[in-house]
Write a protein that binds this ligand. Sequence first.
Ligand code: SF4
Length: 778
Amino acid sequence: MTEAQAIRNRNFGSRVTYSPKVFIPLTHLCRDKCGYCTFAQPPARVQAPYLSADEVREIAFQGALAGCHEALFTLGEKPELRYPAAREWLDERGYESTVHYLYAMAQLVIDETGLLPHANAGAISKEELSMLREVSPSQGMMIESLNADLDCHRGAPDKDPNRRLQTLADAGDLSIPFTTGLLVGIGESRDDRIETIQAIADLHNEFGHIQEVIVQNFLPKPGTMMHKKKPALESEYLETIALARILLPNDVHLQAPPNLSDDFSILLQAGIDDWGGVSPVTADFVNPERPWPSLNRLRSISEDNGYFLAPRLTVYPEFVRDSAKWIDEKLRFPVMDRSDSELLGRDDPGSIFPEKIEFVTNVNDGAEVAQVGEDSTQWYSGSSTSPANLLLNKTKPSKEIDEILNEASEGQDLTEKQIVKLFNARGGQVHTIVSYADSLRESVNGNAVTFVSNCNINYTNVCTFKCKFCGFSKGPLSLNLRGKPYLHSLEEVIARAAEAHANGATEVCLQGGIHPDFDGDYYIDMCQAIHDELPDLHIHGFTALEVTEGAKRLGEPLSSYLKRAYDAGLRSLPGTAAEILDDEVREILCPDKISTEEWLDAHKTAHEIGLRSNVTMMFGSVEEPVHWARHLIRTRELQRETGGFTEFVGLPFVHMASPIYLRKGARRGPTFRENLLVHAVARIVYHGYIDNIQASWVKIGLDGMKQMLQAGVNDVGGTLNGENISRAAGAKHGQMLGKDQFEELCQPLGRELIQRTTLYKTLRGQDPQRKHIPVAAE
Ligand code: SF4
């Protein structure tokens, strides 16, 4: 067990997964008769041979409402070959076989609830496996034992080891992520168990398709042939789990059910890294006398043993990552739609239902999407749902997180690997990270929460670029669902800026599409015109893309172009157009936009001529935590060189009306945990480099912002009179906030709201000597 646990820790760290699932017992009829089984029943003992479509729908719906991700279909093997009642039931409804009915019900469940089916259809043929691959992202069948002479299997033709091995091999050949396993204590020997584990390992070495192996202990059940037999010996059970961990290839996950052991924490010490399916709704129909532990108990027992719980999907991340090979094309989006950034199951409380779009209307500033069907109740960026309070989770010691934070506190720059580990934190680990980030925030920014009074002018939505996430631009390849193309005249831009200035704005933020008719001087002329009219208004404008494109269109070196812009009144660049600073991701999100190198170069050049800028990161669409880590490291390195970044701004992806989501190519933005962690980890990574961490209330909402302010965030950004871009992607939060609303946010937290300039100088009327607030030269 010591060796097994060490292997498990090396491969999977402190992570232990489970699958929130609902159990759908499609039929209790089975042509086999196994000595330990209470699941199989004769027709006289069941109300109907199969669950009806309505019953399936209702069970799945309850599961989806309770926040499950998986619909586990369990069924007997080929009951229609033994029971005429089953054959007649299928004939009357036009189904060729039980597997055909399963196919139809799995499809129904995906369409109507979005739950991901896991089909457990037994020793079926290659054709049947192939058919189910279209509706079930993963499938499973226990090998049980390779001993062909077990008494318990005398009446079970489908338990023939060769047939089961054939099914496993066929699944491999068809690239089906597959779950299998063995039973301990049904009369088999230690050698039989080792032989079974070895056979599974061999098949995985050949096909790479075994996602997990379940080691399950026999418990005698009343009413079965084996009711008087002794349960599996604990020592044999634990030894089998440990042997499985040692003998199986390292990438195969190992599962043991928590409800079949009185003290299930010991299973972690034997080497498991997965608790299997745990249902908040249905009983364990295979072991109805052993209810599942509550999630809270599972979490706290895991954490007490140094492991942190994460919900997963029915198919493991390793297979989702290579979905072109492992997952049927039609299932890739339903899987992605429930995934978080680690390709595990989204972990916000509440339910997710597939978004069915009835129509999309053009409104002036973008698209409005009309949805029909059940509303999802999970938090996502831009929604009006309040997130769960993750700060209530208690800190639990975690060696790997503590070691990283110790290094950070000694002033070490964190590495990519360390940063990824912080992003992957769960449960009590999240609290540890967030508390540390908050303490750094306090040491740098004191009690202050800053904001800037600004106005956003998105002067045109016409754009020649084709960023796939952008719901704002009106371009040739648009989904044709955006608002009318517009271009404000210079007079209009000045009038808007003047109005905002008269209302107290100190900053005008200028961003827009890349209009095909602009030459580079357009941007400079706009700065000059605003600056002439409103000389004390800070011009924060033009993304790295806009200035790079402006200089390019004039054939002018970027540094001389930016110098002219500076002379015309430009003072800082917004850090947008960064999205994720990793070309692997940019290739998917915005292939024709500036590269990572060009973005960094534009900011470096800007810093060198005296402009300031910020770092933004749009996260939660297609990328993984490793890309966030690279983004933070690349910008940290530039900051070390130039010192020109004033703040980091996290921009959670708003999916609702984003073309890439509507085309089924992205996730639903980050989960709230990811959102909290991105800002907290940014605070830690940038400590000593960038003093200000800003969260975007437009995307996070004020309720979520309360937690953000306790997770390393010291700045709430701008009042944003006139923001259109987030709204164009479907965000529901308003267009403008006043100082009073920011006050309401800060007061309960005992924090002081302070108005700042763009470059973090406190404004007159505030105490300029206020401790800890960095004052940058304007
Ligand atoms: S993100 Fe910017 S560059 Fe990309 S399409 Fe939208 S407006 Fe154009």
